[in-house]
Design a protein around this ligand. Sequence first.
Ligand SMILES: Nc1ncnc2c1ncn2[C@@H]1O[C@H](COP(=O)(O)OP(=O)(O)OP(=O)(O)O)[C@@H](O)[C@H]1O
Length: 251
Amino acid sequence: MPAVSVENLTKRYGDTVALDDVSFQIPDGEFVVLLGPSGAGKSTLLRLLNGLTTPTEGSVSIGDEEITGRRDDIGMVFQMHYIIETMSAYRNALTGALSRTGLLDSVLTWYEREDKLAALDALETVGLLDEAQQRAGSMSGGQKQRVGIARALVQQPNLLLADEPVASLDPKAAEEVMSYMKRAARERNLTTIASLHQVEIAREFGDRYIGLRDGGLVFDGGKDDLTMDVVDEIYYDDDSPEADLAREVAK
Ligand SMILES: Nc1ncnc2c1ncn2[C@@H]1O[C@H](COP(=O)(O)OP(=O)(O)OP(=O)(O)O)[C@@H](O)[C@H]1O
């Protein structure tokens, strides 16, 4: 059974078709990169996968369960990391256990021993064990994003979703963050879907690529199939710097 099944998924906002009859299946443990210009529907798809919004038509299933609302077993990493700057990396990672612990317990700092171990384990996975007690606010953008990944891992997700996780980082930090995300996914056989603007980084990390344009699926394939023509097809009338760079890299 696939880890994720998307069947004829359509999302309309009034007259806007944000996602148009999209279908695909993702096997367990695959690392999928979502590509597409601004407005293509990437965030909408991630929000549907996370149960943050409901389909107009079609369905999304995790394993054999159709998603009907927000779920605790789906980890999310955002462009803005939303970590708490005054807390240590460790305490930020621990908040990933909130879905199991409950808000009151977390405020009173009653975490289970297994959650504490999970937080340390997750920090180790993202290369921040030595910085566990460092105040998150004093960390670099890349380190903060790695704390965000650790927090998502503590949630013990069955699916990891990342919406433009490295868009606000310089290329070196972006590559580092993606390396750690890939490592986390590999080590835990964690099915991951990450939307990325930077095709040069995408090329390095994806097992598979899904290209969206105007809400429709225009590409679904591996690295070798991600040719210049395909990139042009995905970004056809987008003249943003990211799209120009994408074409440059695909040459
Ligand atoms: N809540 C909403 N209400 C109305 N329209 C929306 C809403 N969310 C998304 N849209 C529209 O749906 C389309 C797809 O948007 P979406 O944010 O999914 O694209 P995207 O590929 O993630 O773009 P970006 O890279 O800029 O985030 C756009 O036309 C957008 O304006």
